[in-house]
Design a protein around this ligand. Structure first.
Ligand SMILES: Cc1cc2nc3c(=O)[nH]c(=O)nc-3n(C[C@H](O)[C@H](O)[C@H](O)COP(=O)(O)O)c2cc1C
Length: 451
């Protein structure tokens, strides 16, 4: 009998948690965002919970306007640079995968190839790169532009960017470095490949100055929800984050992305889709709901408005919180985060909420569950068994508390149900996820030529 398929788990790690009021909620640490030992403890706890991946999101910018609001909502304003953080965490963990975001709009491929190859070596095969095109104009202004390039242009650059990075990761064949002291030869020049690339965005005569990675290549993550985003995911990603809050939508997304793989010579088995999942765990459903309600009430109106404004891509600062948003405020289309835009527009049009109700209910996608450990496990089981995902990106409203309860109470429940591992079986992130180690493009060519 075939072994039962197990779900994958990733942790979205961020300061006090992902809820906008998490940092003022009672009981959490106040100074954790710049405290490496705080993140080390969190990574070790996720590793104790046998998570596949510890993940750090990023945008390369602080907000520079509206500071009265942003001073009450901290994540973008004080955070570690992801690759630096993950590299430090590689030294205090041994199994959990380490993934982080870097934007194709603001890096050069050579930097990314080098940084993530180094992370993969330092972590002995646990590195992953989340490819984003970025979704705010603050970042553009740090790099000499007034605003982001149009969505289609950002994705065209991202596609070429990933191609180049992957080619650079194949510079050395696996067995290229021979350390032959007798002959005085360090590497075999026949197994060292110089990339000549001339595309729309990049011109390179280039080779990477680091040996091939333990994983062959670090794992590529992507989370685009637009058509261009899904195309890029189907062509290049190995892990895809989804942020639908309804099972049927999540399943449609999963089928859609996996269904697009064939035209790129890939198969659905080459991709793991992780659904964004936001649990609040209580002794009873009532207690979980009450915990969450208390957090929601802590959202300051300025923060509520700025969160709605960011994803709606429209100013709402002058609006009365206790009135609905006028429909003529809604832009024609999104240029930043397509899925978040669609979700918030859908809520405005179909749920007839006041602005205040909107910021209290809007969740940036993700499946929210308020209940006991068994309730949380039930929903995860339902989504997983329905084929809506291959696992979950856990987005805890408060950290480290949410993760502590989950590891103590939900992980054993999932294990009891045979849905989750009881020990790490592999060493690398690819092994945890059941993803194959990619052969170098040059090795593939040689094999093809040999028939
Ligand atoms: C779990 C998760 C993590 C994400 N992390 C980031 C991030 O770190 N930085 C970022 O700019 N976007 C992040 N995103 C947003 C998507 O990548 C975003 O939707 C995309 O960049 C916009 O493209 P789209 O229009 O194709 O959706 C994340 C999305 C999800 C679901």
């Amino acid at each position: 009998m075939a072994a039962r398929k197990r779900m994958a788990l990733a942790l979205l790690a961020q300061g006090n948690g992902l809820h906008p009021a998490s940092w003022i909620a009672a009981g959490g640490p106040t100074d954790c965002s710049n405290d490496i030992s705080y993140f080390a403890d969190m990574a070790r706890l996720a590793e104790k919970g046998l998570f596949d991946l510890f993940f750090v999101a990023d945008t390369p910018a602080a907000r520079t306007d509206n500071l009265d609001a942003w001073s009450r909502y901290t994540p973008y304003m004080n955070c570690f640079e992801p690759i630096t953080l993950l590299t430090a965490l590689a030294g205090v963990t041994s199994r959990i995968g380490l993934g982080g975001t870097a934007s194709t709009s603001f890096y050069e491929p050579y930097n990314i190839a080098r940084l993530y190859a180094s992370l993969d070596h330092i972590s002995h095969g646990r590195g992953a790169w989340n490819v984003v095109t970025s979704g705010n104009n603050y970042a553009a202004r740090n790099f000499g532009e007034d605003k982001l390039p149009p969505h289609a242009k950002r994705y065209a650059r991202a596609k070429e960017f990933v191609e180049v990075v992957k080619a650079l990761w194949d510079t050395y064949d696996d067995d290229a470095i021979v350390y032959d002291r007798e002959r005085g030869v360090y590497f075999d020049p026949a197994k060292f490949h110089v990339l000549d690339h001339q595309g729309e965005f990049f011109k390179m005569h280039s080779a990477l100055n680091i040996a091939r990675c333990p994983q062959g290549q670090p794992v590529i993550i992507q989370a685009g929800a637009s058509n261009a985003g899904k195309e890029l995911a189907a062509e290049t990603a190995e892990v895809v984050f989804n942020s639908d809050d309804e099972l049927a939508d999540a399943k449609a997304y999963c089928d859609d992305v996996k269904g697009r793989t064939a035209k790129f010579g890939r198969t659905p088995a080459d991709i793991r889709v992780l659904a964004g999942f936001t649990p609040t765990i209580g002794e009873s459903k009532w207690e979980a709901e009450d915990k969450y309600r208390q957090l929601q009430e802590l959202i300051h109106p300025l923060v509520g408005k700025v969160r709605v404004a960011s994803d709606l891509e429209a100013d709402v600062s002058d609006l009365d919180p206790d009135q609905p948003i006028p429909l003529d405020r809604i832009p024609q289309s999104a240029n930043l985060h397509t899925r978040y835009f669609e979700q918030i527009v859908d809520m405005i049009k179909n749920q007839k909420l006041t602005l205040r109700q909107l910021w209290q209910r809007y969740e940036r996608g993700n499946k929210r569950v308020l209940g006991t450990a068994a309730d949380v496990a039930d929903t995860m089981q339902e989504w997983f068994e329905a084929g809506a995902c291959d696992g979950f990106m856990m987005i805890f409203p408060t950290l480290p508390g949410g993760l502590e309860s989950f590891v103590a109470r939900v992980v054993p429940e999932l294990q009891r149900r045979g849905l989750y591992r009881t020990a790490y079986e592999g060493r690398t992130l690819r092994e945890h996820l059941g993803l194959k180690r990619p052969a170098s493009r040059y090795a593939r060519e040689t094999m093809k030529a040999a028939g």
